[in-house]
Design a protein around this ligand. Structure first.
Ligand SMILES: CC(C)(COP(=O)(O)OP(=O)(O)OC[C@H]1O[C@@H](n2cnc3c(N)ncnc32)[C@H](O)[C@@H]1OP(=O)(O)O)[C@@H](O)C(=O)NCCC(=O)NCCS
Length: 268
């Protein structure tokens, strides 16, 4: 399949957002910012304000004038790259589109490493990364629990109007609380996220396990029903919870890769 790789333009964005959401099982959609209504609006900001997203690249693969896949990448100032999303339309899979996207990214720039997180259950993606020489580990686990009943005193939310507007526009948001009411006193502020109507994202296991804090936040956001956190695989919440999925960090050391390629004399 002949594929051309180019940077994404604004007209590509609705298709890219749709393709990303469709690439994940529906059971995962509540926990994914990219599956929320408004995700395309957020992605459009990357294309329209590239100077505010330094190191971020959205590359699309085009075949016979149709977009057949894309890669969302970001590179740190030190040269470590991270692949956030790599999706190919179903009809074009198994024909080298993802490989062409990664080859184009790696051919044009020099990186120290290229990392990504992939679900351990994703056979086709893991086979691709195995073939390209990505190393394995560590693991992370996505866990969820029902929120306790709403407390009588809601948690204070900093810059609430801005948080609310962001949530309305993109379907997800991040916010900082004020001091948190807990049994017998107050607790220091913390940061949380909202994904869609129902999910309250915790950034720490301590927050995920704190019934008082979760009850206060449920009072602040009455449509939320479950707490969600991503934890290192060797730690688990103390509270009853459900494992949603496990992902693995896979990393390609592109410097070693470049050395190996040169030694074998097969650089393109
Ligand atoms: C994972 C995913 C991106 C792979 O995309 P793809 O375009 O099918 O990948 P490629 O075609 O480059 O490689 C896939 C296989 O096709 C084979 N292939 C490559 N070029 C080929 C060609 N011209 N003809 C036939 N087969 C080919 C490759 O050998 C590869 O096999 P292997 O990796 O099993 O050994 C795609 O399945 C997808 O979009 N999945 C849903 C989203 C997703 O899971 N993304 C990854 C999240 S981390």
């Amino acid at each position: 399949m002949s594929v051309e790789v180019r940077p994404a333009v604004l007209a590509d964005v609705p298709l890219l957002a749709d393709l990303t959401a469709r690439s994940f099982d529906e059971s995962l959609h509540p926990y994914l910012t990219v599956a929320q209504a408004g995700a395309a609006r957020f992605l459009a900001l990357v294309v329209t304000h590239p100077h505010l997203h330094p190191g971020r690249e959205l590359l699309v693969a085009v075949s016979e004038e149709a977009v057949v896949g894309y890669a969302d990448l970001r590179t740190s100032p030190k040269g470590d790259a991270f692949l956030s999303y790599l999706c190919v339309v179903e009809e074009a899979r198994g024909r080298g589109v993802a490989t062409a996207l990664l080859d184009a990214f790696r051919a044009e720039r020099s990186h120290r490493s290229l990392a990504l997180d992939v679900f351990t259950s994703n056979g086709p993606a893991n086979a691709l990364y195995d073939r390209l020489g990505f190393g394995r580990g560590p693991l992370s686990t996505w866990v969820t629990r029902p929120l306790p009943a709403a407390a009588s005193v809601p948690a204070p939310v900093e810059a609430f109007a801005t948080q609310h507007a962001t949530q309305e526009a993109y379907g997800f948001s991040q916010f900082r609380t004020g001091d948190l009411p807990v049994a017998g006193g107050m607790r220091a502020p913390s940061t949380f996220g909202r994904i869609g109507e129902t999910v309250l994202k915790c950034l720490t296991l301590a927050d995920f396990d704190d019934d008082d804090v979760l009850a206060a936040l449920r009072a602040s956001f009455p449509t939320t029903t479950e707490a969600f956190v991503i934890v290192a695989d060797d730690s688990r919440p103390a509270s009853p919870h459900r494992v949603v999925v496990t992902s693995e960090r896979r990393t390609l050391d592109t410097r070693q890769d470049a050395t190996r390629t040169r030694r074998h004399g097969s650089a393109a």
